[in-house]
Design a protein around this ligand. Structure first.
Ligand SMILES: *Cc1c(COP(=O)(O)O)cnc(C)c1O
Length: 390
């Protein structure tokens, strides 16, 4: 088969960027309009209301023209001061990268080591904060869904642990690969800054970053001392009140965002979460039937948006991914950082349905066979039985 031409559809099964629905692509193909005109402002005010429903908050959600990394930086520079301590957890590659951002900004990170197979432990949060009698830790920063491992952290339980410790630190949560795919409750869980971006569960191309903020985070922003300009919340919030931005927003991505949020809310968030949970369960059943191992080791922490699968000893995940791409025209996620070559990741989030999942799992099972990776057949069958039965 020619590597240059593939008839039929490419399977984009990395855990973001994800498949963009046609309705969203069409919305973004509309002519660009005046971002200071009345039509645009009206749309922005509507989008802001829909975004609040997705984050489950009544407080503002700020939209940056940025990647997720920019939204990470925004969360830190608006709330903290040079030399402040931040408690972070080594859950995987994204937590490791966020830590680097914090350190480059002059923050001091207490990085709790981890084995990349578990989420941040609420008990550890509690004991670390209880031991910090001087209140030196100003923020706890956790990745809700570690996209490098397919492991979630229980953010609601972490907030409880913070409350039990009676500590005043801010809670920052990265929901980049969980927002719009898995239940997340910014306000109810008492999160101070929730970080999101466009290209994962929100079914858009890359280019938008989000900060949902609490009253307490806004108060912190009033007195913190890290320098900021582009990321400054105050200019944004002032302009956003009237549906405007302090600099040129990503106009056409916002057209797409309006459509994508409309699709999620029309389906109903609970239905969206149930769909993701069901596809994740079917995927895990396939993996276990193949006699392969899941990267995630705690059932309570399974991700609904992606599954990371460990390769048998002596077999490289990237060699398998290469065969699957070249023979079957499907992209799977690679192993990042410490698990490079050791895991591959199946993205099952965003605009996705049963048959797309079955095609994906079929591609993995065929790839395992073609690449002569030791496994049992029957994963596709196990997933099909599960999906047909519920
Ligand atoms: C993708 C991702 C990021 C990084 O987002 P970029 O848009 O690549 O900057 C951060 N955190 C998590 C959990 C992610 O999945």
């Amino acid at each position: 088969m020619s590597p240059h031409f593939f008839p039929g559809r490419h399977f984009l099964q990395i855990p973001g960027p994800t498949n963009v629905p046609e309705q969203v692509l069409r919305a973004m193909a509309e002519p660009t309009i005046d971002h200071r005109g009345p039509g645009f402002a009206k749309m922005v005010l509507e989008v802001q209301e829909s975004l609040k429903k997705i984050f489950k908050t009544s407080e503002p959600v700020i939209i940056f023209p940025s990647s997720g990394t920019g939204a990470w930086e925004a969360a830190l520079v608006n709330t903290l001061s040079p030399g402040d301590r931040v408690l972070m957890f080594e859950t995987g590659q994204f937590a490791t990268l966020w830590r680097k951002v914090a350190e480059r900004l002059g923050l001091v990170v207490d990085f709790v080591p981890g084995d990349w197979r578990r989420g941040a432990d609420p008990e550890t949060v509690k004991s670390r904060l209880a031991a910090d009698r001087a209140g030196a830790i100003k923020a706890v920063a956790v990745v809700h869904n570690e996209t490098s491992t397919g492991v979630t952290s229980r953010v609601g339980d972490i907030r409880q642990a913070m409350n039990h410790a009676g500590h005043g630190a801010l809670l920052l949560a990265d929901t980049i690969s969980s927002l719009g795919s898995m239940d997340f409750r910014h306000e109810e869980w008492g999160v101070d800054v929730t970080i999101g971006c466009s290209q994962k569960g929100l079914m858009l191309p890359p280019g938008l970053g989000f900060n949902a903020v609490s009253r307490k985070a806004l108060d912190a922003a009033g007195s913190n001392r890290l320098p900021r300009s582009y990321w400054s919340w105050d200019e944004m919030l002032k302009a956003n009140k009237d549906g405007l931005f302090p600099y040129t927003p990503a106009t056409n991505l916002l057209f797409g965002l309006k459509k994508a949020l409309g699709l999620l809310l029309e389906e109903g968030l609970d239905n969206v979460f149930a769909r993701h949970g069901r596809h994740a369960e079917a995927t895990r059943r396939a993996v276990l039937a193949w006699d392969l191992e899941l990267q995630c080791q705690d059932k309570r922490e399974y991700s609904a948006s992606l599954t990371a699968v460990r390769m048998p000893e002596g077999h490289n995940a990237d060699a398998l991914r290469k065969i699957i791409l070249e023979r079957l025209n499907m992209s799977l996620g690679n192993g990042l950082g410490k698990v490079a070559g050791k895991v591959f990741r199946i993205g099952h989030l965003g605009d996705f349905n049963d048959l797309m999942l079955m095609g994906t799992l079929c591609g993995v099972e065929m790839g395992l066979k073609i690449a002569s990776v030791p496994h049992k057949s029957g994963g596709v069958q196990a997933a099909m039985e599960y999906l047909s039965g519920c």
